[in-house]
Design a protein around this ligand. Structure first.
Ligand code: NAP
Length: 285
């Protein structure tokens, strides 16, 4: 089985970004900059924000972190976002989710100028993607697409099933696969016979967050599996299908699969870094 190695591919993408940033620096140019906004002290959010900052700095890009207390009002958060929108030194803005419940997440995300939307999840960017004229793409779906492309997985004319329809992963992934001319079936918690749908697919992308959702034998022989989920079982991190228990059966059955960990996860952060550079390029035009 071909291992779709997200860790290695993400490193290669980040290496290219670092080289481009280094040449900007050598030419005395302004450097791309990401503004990270965190409200509250959730340990998982803090660790995600720190990792994004570390990635940015390691690629030579600038990063500013705004860590606000959990009782921050919606108005003061919106004021900060407006300031970042206006700041010519800031190319990308990322508000770490979830934000405390007294603040409307939609108001905050829509307040970010879509031209600085590092996540690619602003409604304008989702709309432009749907129309086939993207400004920036959402990180996880684009990470999946880039991984499939780098490993030369044929998509045109193939049957693809996407399990999950969230705006973060499932829905945009289905659109991107369709734009690659795959015939896409989108499944969700109301799908009547998930196994039957998946058995017919050449490519299965799972993003449900349900460990053991599908067994290796529920996938067609020589199919391609992209397991996006990040679940935990008794052996540690696992996907919806890929786990320490299922890995060897999958290896014998499939043409290609992403491991968990080391598959889609590292691609997501690489595509975030790519988006910052891409927003910078557009900003400088
Ligand atoms: P989400 O918003 O909870 O969406 C889950 C989707 O899965 C929903 O559409 C849901 O259907 C569907 N679903 C749930 N149970 C199902 C079942 N038994 N059968 C079929 N469909 C089912 O989650 P998300 O934000 O999209 O994330 C999905 C997973 O990906 C999570 O494990 C998350 O941790 C992981 N993730 C990984 C990365 C990465 O970089 N690797 C990035 C983002 C997310 P309904 O719409 O009907 O409820």
């Amino acid at each position: 089985m071909l291992l779709l190695d997200g860790k290695k591919t993400a490193q290669e993408i980040k290496q290219n970004i670092a080289e481009e940033v280094s040449s900007l620096q050598q030419n005395g140019k302004r450097l791309p900059k990401l503004a990270l906004v965190l409200v509250g002290d959730r340990p998982d959010s803090l660790s995600y924000v720190n990792s994004k900052e570390k990635n940015c700095l390691s690629l030579g890009m600038a990063c500013e972190k705004h860590h606000l207390p959990s009782d921050t009002t919606e108005e003061s958060l919106l004021t900060l976002i407006r300031q970042l929108n206006e700041d010519p030194a800031v190319d990308g803005i990322l508000v770490q989710l979830p934000i405390p419940e007294h603040i409307h997440t939609d108001h905050v995300l829509e307040a970010v100028d879509f031209r600085k939307d590092a996540d690619g999840l602003h409604h304008v960017n989702l709309g432009l993607m749907l129309m086939g004229d993207p400004y920036v793409l959402p990180c996880t779906p684009n990470g999946i697409l880039q991984l499939l492309k780098r490993y030369q997985i044929p998509m045109a004319g193939k049957k693809a099933v996407v399990v999950g329809r969230s705006m973060l992963v499932g829905a945009p992934t289905a659109i991107l696969l369709q734009q690659q001319n795959a015939t896409v079936t989108q499944c969700h918690s109301h799908t009547l016979n998930l196994v039957e749908e998946c058995r017919n697919a050449d490519i299965v992308v799972t993003a449900a967050g349900v460990p053991g959702l599908l067994r290796p034998q529920d996938l067609r022989e020589s199919a391609v599996l992209v397991d996006v989920a990040m679940n935990h079982d008794a052996d540690g991190l696992c996907g919806d299908v890929y786990s320490k228990t299922t890995a060897s059966a999958l290896e014998q059955r499939l043409y290609a699969a992403t491991p968990v960990p080391g598959g889609v996860g590292p691609m997501t952060i690489a595509m975030l870094m790519y988006n910052v550079l891409e927003l910078y390029r557009k900003h400088e035009q």
